[in-house]
Design a protein around this ligand. Structure first.
Ligand SMILES: Nc1ncnc2c1ncn2[C@@H]1O[C@H](COP(=O)(O)OP(=O)(O)OP(=O)(O)O)[C@@H](O)[C@H]1O
Ligand SMILES: [Mg+2]
Length: 603
C-alpha cells in the first residue's frame, strides 16, 4: 500500500532532462545581484592565494641570503625577510577574517532570497499540484535541500576557488622555474582529469539518490505526524517505523555510495600526487646529473609540489559538498520550474457592479468537461445555471463529483473544456484578488492557523477592526464560546485551553466568511463528529452566513437541504434530479428515496 503512494511521489519527483542547466541558470540569477561582492571576494581570493605562494619565498630569502649576511654582521636582509614573512602572515589572517565574514553574509542573503522565492512559488502553485504531491516533499526542499546549498555556499565555494587559484599560481611558478619538470607535473593531470570526471558522474547519481531518499524520509515523517491519530488508532506504529527504516536505509546506502566515490577520489589523487613526486625526483635527478637543471630548483620543485597537492584534499571535501548542493539545487530548481496550471489573466476583466435589486451573483456552467490530469472524466459535458442569490444543495453518492464541481467554481482547477461564468464573466478572466473576494470556499477541515481566535477570524478580511471581528463572531453565534475562553478573542488556538471543538471551529470559518462578505459561498459540508446541539448551532450560523449570497452547499445533512431553495442530485458527474426540496421529496426519484432513509435515521 505504501508503494503506490511512493510511486506517485516519484512521478512528481522526476527531474526534467535539462535540469542541470536550469539549476545553473537559477544559481546565476541568485548571484547576479551580488556581482560586485563576488568580484570583491574574487580579489580577496587572488590576494590570499598570492600570499600563500610568496610566504615560502621570504623564508627562502631568509635562509639563502639573510642568515649568511647576518653572520657577516649585516642583519638588515634577515630582519627584512622575517618582517615581510610576518606581514604576509598577518595580511593573510586579516583576509581570512574579512573573506569568511563577507562570504557568510552574502551566502545568507542568497539563501534568504532562494527560500522566499521557493515559498512564494509553492504558494502560487495550483491546488492540483498540491493534491498530487505530498507536503513532506516541499518541506524537504525548504529544509534539507536548502541546508545542502547553504553548506556549499557558506563553506566550500570560497575554499574551492582558493584551492584552484593556489594550484594555478603554483603551476605558473613551476613553469617559470623549469619547463621540462613542469611538463612532468602536468602529465599527472591527465589521469587526474579522468578520475575527476569519473567521480563526478558516478557521484552525481549517488547524490541525486541521497536527495530523493532524504525527501522520502521527510515525507514519511510528515505524513506519519499528520496522521498520528490514525496511526495510533490502528496501531500502525511498527509498520510506519518499518517503512521509515526502509527509506532511511536507502538514504544511508546512497550516502555510502557517494562517500565511496569520495574515498576513491581522495585515494587516487594522493596516489597520482606521490607518483608525480617520484617521477620528479627521478627525472629531476637525471636532469641535474646531465647538468640541465640546478639542484636548488629541484628542491623548490619538490617543496611546491607538496603545496600543489595539498589543496587537492580540500578540493575533494569541497567537491563532496558541491555534488550534494548541486543535486539539492536541481530539486529546488525543478519546483521553481513548475508552472501553476491555473494562471491569472494578464488583462483581467471586472465583474459588473451590483445592482441593488440582486444579491449574490449568478453562476453558469456551459459545456464544461473536466478530468484530473490524464485521469478518467469526472464531469462529462456539464451545463448548469444558478441564478444570483439562490441557495443550492448538492447531494449524491460518494465519488459523484460534488467536491470537483465546487473546486471548479472556486477556480482551484480550470475546466478541461467549456467555461464557468460569474455574472457573465469567465472565471479565467478575473483577477485573482477579485475572484477570491467574490467567491469563498469554506473547507471541510476548518483549518486554524497558529495565533489568536481574532487572528483566525480576521483571515476573512485582514483589515477588519476588533469590533468587526466581534460582530462577525456574534452574528454566527460564536461569541458566547469565545467569552468563556481564558483570554477571550486573544486566546491562542494552539495552546492548551484555546482548543476549540469541531463545531466551534466550523463557526470560526463561518465568521471568516461573514467578515469576508463574498457574493458566492461554496461549502463542502463536514458531517463527521457534530453532535445534535452543535449541528443546530452550525445550522443557525449557516442561515445567517448565506443571507443575501449565492451558495452551493454539498449537503450531507437533511437540515441543510431544508434551508436550500433548490436541490441538485448528482450521479457520476451528471445532474439527475433538479428541483425545490419539497417537490423532490414528494416525488418518487432518487432524492425522495434518500430523504426517506434520512428520516428513518432520525427516529
Ligand atoms: N485530486 C484528484 N485527483 C484525481 N482524481 C480525483 C481527485 N479528486 C477526486 N478525484 C476523483 O474524482 C471523482 C469525483 O470525486 P469528488 O471528490 O468530486 O467526489 P464527491 O462527490 O465529492 O464525493 P464525496 O461525497 O465522497 O466527497 C472520484 O472518482 C475521485 O476518485
Ligand atoms: Mg467530496
Amino acid at each position: 500500500m505504501s508503494t503506490t503512494r511512493l510511486d506517485r511521489d516519484d512521478a512528481v519527483d522526476e527531474l526534467p532532462d535539462d535540469i542541470a542547466k536550469k539549476a545553473r541558470a537559477l544559481l546565476r540569477s541568485l548571484v547576479r545581484p551580488h556581482r560586485a561582492m563576488a568580484l570583491f571576494l574574487l580579489l580577496i581570493v587572488i590576494l590570499t592565494a598570492l600570499l600563500l605562494i610568496i610566504g615560502p619565498i621570504f623564508i627562502a630569502e631568509a635562509l639563502d641570503t639573510g642568515i649568511p649576511r647576518a653572520v657577516e654582521g649585516d642583519p638588515v636582509p634577515l630582519i627584512r625577510a622575517v618582517s615581510l614573512f610576518v606581514a604576509s602572515t598577518v595580511a593573510s589572517a586579516v583576509l581570512a577574517f574579512v573573506s569568511t565574514r563577507l562570504v557568510g553574509i552574502t551566502a545568507q542573503k542568497i539563501l534568504f532570497t532562494l527560500r522566499s522565492r521557493l515559498f512564494a512559488h509553492v504558494q502560487r502553485l495550483d491546488l492540483g499540484y498540491h493534491e498530487r504531491s505530498s507536503s513532506g516533499r516541499l518541506v524537504s526542499r525548504q529544509t534539507s535541500d536548502m541546508e545542502s546549498v547553504q553548506q556549499f555556499l557558506s563553506y566550500a565555494l570560497f575554499e574551492t576557488a582558493l584551492a584552484l587559484l593556489q594550484m594555478l599560481f603554483i603551476a605558473v611558478t613551476l613553469i617559470v622555474l623549469d619547463v621540462p619538470l613542469a611538463i612532468v607535473v602536468f602529465a599527472g593531470f591527465i589521469p587526474l582529469f579522468f578520475i575527476t570526471r569519473a567521480a563526478h558522474t558516478s557521484q552525481r547519481s549517488a547524490y541525486r539518490r541521497t536527495r530523493t531518499s532524504i525527501a522520502k524520509v521527510i515525507v514519511h515523517f510528515v505524513e506519519t505526524m499528520g496522521g498520528i491519530r490514525a496511526v495510533q488508532a490502528y496501531r500502525r506504529q511498527p509498520d510506519r517505523r518499518g517503512t521509515l527504516h526502509e527509506h532511511d536505509s536507502t538514504f544511508r546506502e546512497a550516502n555510502t555510495d557517494a562517500l565511496q566515490g569520495v574515498a576513491w577520489f581522495a585515494g587516487s589523487t594522493r596516489l597520482v600526487g606521490n607518483l608525480t613526486q617520484t617521477a620528479i625526483i627521478v627525472v629531476g635527478a637525471w636532469l641535474v646529473i646531465e647538468g640541465w637543471t640546478q639542484i636548488g630548483v629541484l628542491a623548490a620543485f619538490i617543496l611546491y609540489l607538496r603545496r600543489f597537492y595539498g589543496p587537492l584534499d580540500e578540493l575533494v571535501q569541497s567537491f563532496n559538498l558541491y555534488q550534494s548542493a548541486s543535486a539539492a539545487l536541481e530539486k529546488i530548481a525543478a519546483v521553481l520550474d513548475t508552472d501553476p496550471e491555473v494562471v491569472e489573466p494578464t488583462e483581467p476583466r471586472h465583474l459588473p457592479p451590483h445592482t441593488s435589486a440582486t444579491t449574490g451573483r449568478s453562476i453558469e456552467f456551459s459545456n464544461v468537461r473536466f478530468s484530473y490530469g490524464e485521469g478518467a472524466e469526472v464531469l462529462p459535458r456539464f451545463d448548469l445555471r444558478i441564478p444570483a442569490g439562490q441557495v443550492v444543495a448538492l447531494v449524491g453518492a460518494t465519488g459523484a463529483g460534488k467536491s470537483t464541481l465546487v473546486k471548479l467554481v472556486t477556480r482551484f482547477y480550470d475546466p478541461s473544456e467549456g467555461s464557468i461564468r460569474l455574472d457573465g464573466v469567465d472565471l479565467r478572466a478575473l483577477a485573482d484578488t477579485e475572484l477570491r473576494s467574490s467567491v469563498v470556499m469554506v473547507t471541510q477541515e476548518s483549518f486554524l492557523f497558529s495565533g489568536t481566535i481574532a487572528d483566525n477570524i480576521r483571515i476573512g478580511n485582514p483589515g477588519a477592526s476588533a469590533e468587526e471581528v466581534v460582530a462577525a463572531a456574534r452574528a454566527v453565534g460564536l461569541d458566547p464560546y469565545v467569552r468563556r475562553l481564558p483570554e477571550g478573542y486573544d486566546t491562542d488556538v494552539k495552546k492548551r485551553g484555546g482548543r476549540l471543538s469541531s463545531g466551534q471551529r466550523q463557526l470560526v470559518s463561518f465568521a471568516r466568511v461573514f467578515l469576508a462578505d463574498p457574493d458566492v459561498v461554496v461549502l463542502d459540508e463536514a458531517t463527521a463528529h457534530l453532535d445534535i446541539p452543535s449541528e443546530r448551532l452550525v445550522q443557525n450560523a449557516l442561515a445567517t452566513v448565506l443571507q443575501g449570497r449565492t451558495a452551493i452547499i454539498i449537503a450531507h445533512r437533511l437540515s441543510t437541504v431544508e434551508i436550500a431553495d433548490r436541490v441538485l442530485v448528482m450521479e457520476a458527474g451528471r445532474i439527475i434530479e433538479d428541483g425545490a426540496p419539497a417537490d423532490l421529496i414528494s416525488g418518487t426519484g432518487r432524492f425522495a428515496e434518500l430523504h426517506r432513509a434520512w428520516r428513518d435515521t432520525l427516529v
